[in-house]
Design a protein around this ligand. Structure first.
Ligand SMILES: Cc1cc2nc3c(=O)[nH]c(=O)nc-3n(C[C@H](O)[C@H](O)[C@H](O)COP(=O)(O)OP(=O)(O)OC[C@H]3O[C@@H](n4cnc5c(N)ncnc54)[C@H](O)[C@@H]3O)c2cc1C
Length: 459
């Protein structure tokens, strides 16, 4: 970066919000994936005006700009693939408004997910998407990736809650889109268009989110299935019924046996477990829903359905699901954490075929995840120091993504595309759709400065 540009950036953000320090730059080289590329400098923007001036200058000079929240993306999303500037928005972290009568909250993009939850709790409200990284990830990152989580089966993902956005285009122009109303049919939906755009179309500087009343009661059950197909059938039956669970998670036989071995949990030797939770405003309604679901599980040959009578018992039922992250640390292997998503009716087929693919390619994998919305976390275990295993990883990943798309599914249910899945885009999107995405990118960012090198877009 030439001295004139450097000085102009310093003039915009001030010395305290500019860094070329090697330790800072190394930490901006990564996100939570294995991709890496070092930026030339990093800036902390503290206002929309600063973001606008930075982009306007970068656009003029053709300098890449990668927006960044907490850097927890799992697919090389916030990695500055072409160098240039990392634009960190975590210092824009104020909750600007909570308006219960309008059921909305207005936040800056650097607000951490969990901080919004804490601020909403005294009002009896919450923001439902619930990514597992919620204690650190930012709401800007959530919007840019359309984040979701355990409760998406009932409450949907971030996209369902974004009412308005303020965003800065590559040109530096500031755009406000959406409406503070629960519905709008006014013009193109530019708000939803920016959700999931992974920093490639604009930098989001203000977010208006719909919020929901926090349910006061929950009930939990765990069902044991000897056959995977019966568990798949049970998921389909529940999701076709009049009852919508707030959580419906599946653990396959491989992850169950890994949990027995590495987390020392006393789990049965079966092909699947289903964990279900119902929620609502009265104890009786929550119990009524759970009883209905337990009946459906039994009707699909569940060997056992354990219903928690107390919070403590519920915690014990959750233990297997919540131990998966910690167990990964104990295995001492690398793993590729996927978020392939298939139509609910195809879950059992996907799981069986993924087992076959694992055998064909000689790499172990296990599946768990949000069965209620078809979002499966397929984790492939491999030794990153073994060139032979690394060589087998890519063909297996390709086959798994192709399988998901062939079954009518999608490459990513919640993590996004970034660098990891860019090459698979043609498996899901037809040539005209891909061409349209490129034209839209070209229209908004003609010089390809915004997060270049991602999503199979030009740049
Ligand atoms: C342990 C762990 C668990 C996880 N669990 C989940 C989960 O359950 N569900 C889920 O959906 N994800 C999960 N993730 C992935 C990740 O946390 C989410 O994708 C999250 O939304 C990223 O937020 P972030 O603030 O870290 O964004 P970053 O990683 O910093 O950025 C992500 C993308 O958003 C863009 N971006 C960030 N801020 C802005 C902005 N203001 N304007 C424009 N673009 C922006 C970046 O350029 C990048 O492309 C998990 C990750 C980890 C490490």
């Amino acid at each position: 970066m030439d001295e004139k540009t450097r000085q102009a950036l310093l003039d915009i953000v001030g010395e305290e919000n500019f860094t070329e320090n090697i330790i800072d730059l190394v930490s901006y080289t990564y996100d939570a994936s294995s991709y890496e590329h070092r930026p030339d400098c990093a800036l902390w923007a503290i206002s929309t005006e600063q973001v606008s001036r930075i982009l306007s200058m970068a656009n003029e000079k053709g300098i890449p700009v990668t927006p960044r929240g907490a850097g927890t993306g799992l697919g090389g999303l916030a990695v500055p693939a072409r160098g240039g500037i990392v634009l960190d928005v975590t210092r824009m972290n104020s909750i600007l408004e909570i308006c219960i009568p309008d059921r909305l909250a207005v936040v800056q993009p650097g607000v951490v997910y969990a901080d919004l939850q804490s601020a909403l709790a005294p009002y009896g409200f919450f923001f439902p998407p619930d990514p597992a990284s919620g204690v650190v990830c930012t709401l800007g990152g959530n919007v840019a990736t359309n984040a979701g989580g355990l409760h998406a089966v009932k409450y949907g993902t971030t996209r369902d809650y974004v009412l308005c956005l303020e965003a800065v285009l590559a040109s530096g122009e500031v755009m406000r889109v959406g409406a503070r109303t629960m519905k709008t049919s006014s013009g193109y939906d530019l708000c939803r268009f920016l959700v999931g755009s992974e920093g490639t179309l604009a930098v989001i500087t203000e977010i208006t989110l719909k919020i929901a009343p926090q349910p006061s009661h929950r009930a939990t059950a765990l069902a044991v299935f000897h056959k995977l197909e019966d568990a798949g059938q049970a998921v389909t039956r529940v999701m076709h019924s009049e009852v919508t669970p707030s959580v419906l998670e599946l653990l396959d036989g491989s992850v169950i046996s890994l949990l027995r071995e590495h987390a020392h949990l006393d789990l049965p030797e079966v092909e699947a477990l289903l964990l279900v939770e119902t929620d609502g405003m009265t104890e009786s309604y929550v119990r009524f829903q759970l009883t209905k679901i337990a009946e459906m599980f039994r009707g699909c040959n569940a060997a056992e359905v354990e219903v928690a009578a107390t919070m403590r018992e519920a915690e014990l039922l959750w233990k297997a699901r919540k131990s998966i992250g910690g167990m990964m640390g104990a295995i001492h292997l690398d793993y590729a954490p996927e978020d392939i998503t298939v139509p609910m009716s195809q879950i059992a087929t996907f799981l069986r075929r993924s087992e076959e693919l694992s055998r064909v390619h000689g790499l172990d994998l296990f599946n768990f995840g949000h069965a209620g919305d078809g979002n499966l976390h397929t984790n492939i275990l491999y030794d990153g120091k073994d060139p032979d295993q690394v060589a087998r990883l890519e063909p297996l990943l390709y086959e798994l993504h192709k399988l998901a798309c062939d079954l009518g599914g999608t490459l990513s249910g919640e993590h996004g595309i970034g660098m990891t899945k860019a090459k698979y885009m043609p498996l899901e999107h037809d040539p005209t759709a891909l061409k349209t995405m490129r034209k839209l990118k070209q229209a908004l960012d003609p010089n390809n400065i915004l997060n270049p090198g991602k999503m199979m877009l030009p740049g």
